[in-house]
Design a protein around this ligand. Structure first.
Ligand code: DOR
Ligand code: ZN
Length: 343
C-alpha cells in the first residue's frame, strides 16, 4: 500500500456561498483543507470590512474553528481605500478580488473603469495586500476563448506597471499565455490553478453533447493549454499553487437553458490531484503545489497538521452529489477512476 503524507493543504480560491448552500457544502472543504481564500461574490457582494467580518463569522459557525477562512473584499469603483487597509490591519481580510464587471457569476458590481480603482490599488501596494484577479476581459468583440490572454495585455500588465509593489495572484489560469506571463515576471506575481483545469479541455464540455457540469469561467481551453497548466503545476515553480475555484450551484441552475458557471471539486480534489500528479510522474511536486507554495506567496506559515493519502488497488468511491438545503450539487467527475483516498 502506497501512502503520501503532506502538510495539510490550503485552497487559495474557494466559493463557499451563504445560508443553506454554505451549511451544506462547507464540510466538503473543511474535511481536507486547513485554510481557504473565500471569494466575496455573494449577492450582494462582500464589499466592506464589516461585511467580511460578519461573513467570516457565518462560515465559522458552520465549520467550527478547525478551519480558517481567509476573507477577501470585492473591489468596486466605490471601494474606500481606508476601509480596505483598516480591515487588513485588523486581520479581517487577506486580499481583495477584482472582477471585471459582467465577467462571471455575480460580477455586476465589478470594475468597469480601471482608472477609478487606482487609489485603492496604490493603498494595497503600500500595505502589502494582494490583488486577486478574475482575468477575463468582457468586451463582447473578444472571443470567449481569448478573453484571458487579452486581459493580460489590456488590463493586468498595465495595472502592474502603474502600481509598482502591488502583489497580484492571477486566479484560475487557463492558458499557456498566462503561464508564460507568470514565468516572465518577478515573484510578486503568482497564479492559482484549479483541479478541473488540470483535467478537462474544451472537448470535455462540448463533444458528444453539452456537459453543463464541466462549464466554468474562465472556460476550459484547448488541450495544449491544459498541458501548459499541468506542466506549470508539476514544475515545482513556487509561483503556481492550488486554488480549486470549487463553485457550487444547485443542479437545476447548472442543467438549464442558461446554466451557471462553476465546477464543484471540493469533495474529491485531493484524490484527483494525487492521481494527476502521479500520472505526470510528479507526485513529489504535489506537496509544493497544494501545501507550500500558497503559504509562501501569502507569507503565512505552512500548516503543522498533515493529510495522508493512500493508494488502493480498487477505485475509491465518493458521492456523485452533495445534498444541501439549497438543492443537490453534482461533484466534479474527472472521467477516470480514482485510486488515491484521503485517510
Ligand atoms: O466558474 C465560475 N464560477 N467562475 C467564476 O469566476 C465564478 C464562479 C461562481 O461563483 O460560481
Ligand atoms: Zn472563482
Amino acid at each position: 500500500m502506497q501512502t503520501l503524507t503532506l502538510p495539510r493543504p490550503d485552497d487559495w480560491h474557494l466559493h463557499l456561498r451563504d445560508g443553506a448552500m454554505l451549511t451544506g457544502i462547507a464540510a466538503e472543504t473543511a474535511r481536507h483543507f486547513a485554510r481557504a481564500i473565500i471569494m466575496p461574490n455573494l449577492v450582494p457582494p462582500v464589499v466592506t470590512g464589516a461585511e467580511a467580518q460578519a461573513y467570516r463569522d457565518r462560515i465559522l459557525a458552520v465549520t467550527g474553528s478547525g478551519f480558517t477562512p481567509l476573507m477577501t473584499l470585492y473591489l468596486t469603483e466605490a471601494t474606500d481605500p481606508a476601509d480596505v487597509v483598516a480591515a487588513h490591519r485588523a486581520g479581517i481580510i487577506t486580499a481583495v478580488k477584482l472582477y471585471p464587471a459582467g465577467a462571471t457569476t455575480n460580477s455586476a458590481s465589478g470594475v468597469r473603469d480601471f482608472d477609478r480603482v487606482r487609489g485603492v490599488l496604490e493603498a494595497m501596494a503600500q500595505a502589502g495586500i494582494p490583488l486577486l484577479t478574475h482575468g477575463e476581459v468582457t468586451d463582447p468583440e473578444i472571443d470567449i476563448f481569448d478573453r484571458e490572454a487579452v486581459f493580460i495585455d489590456r488590463v493586468l500588465d498595465p495595472i502592474r506597471r502603474t502600481t509598482p509593489g502591488l502583489r497580484v495572484v492571477m486566479e484560475h489560469i487557463t492558458t499557456s499565455d498566462a503561464v508564460a506571463y507568470v514565468q516572465s515576471q518577478p515573484d510578486d506575481l503568482g497564479a492559482t490553478i484549479t483541479t478541473h483545469h488540470l483535467v478537462i479541455n474544451r472537448n470535455h464540455i462540448l463533444v458528444g453533447g453539452i456537459k453543463p457540469h464541466y462549464y466554468c469561467l474562465p472556460v476550459a481551453k484547448r488541450e495544449t493549454h491544459r498541458q501548459a497548466l499541468l506542466a506549470a503545476a508539476t514544475s515545482g515553480d513556487a509561483r503556481f499553487f492550488l486554488g480549486t475555484d470549487s463553485a457550487p450551484h444547485a443542479d437545476d441552475a447548472k442543467e438549464s437553458a442558461c446554466g451557471c458557471a462553476g465546477c464543484f471539486t471540493a469533495t474529491n480534489t485531493m484524490s484527483i490531484l494525487a492521481q494527476v500528479f502521479e500520472a505526470a510522474g510528479a507526485l513529489d511536486k504535489l506537496e509544493g503545489f497544494s501545501s507550500r507554495n500558497g503559504p509562501a506567496f501569502y507569507r503565512l506559515p505552512v500548516n503543522d497538521a498533515t493529510l495522508t493519502l493512500e493508494k488502493s488497488d480498487t477505485p475509491v468511491s465518493y458521492p456523485s452529489k452533495i445534498d444541501t438545503g439549497a438543492g443537490p450539487v453534482t461533484v466534479f467527475d474527472p472521467g477516470f477512476p480514482l485510486y488515491w483516498r484521503v485517510l
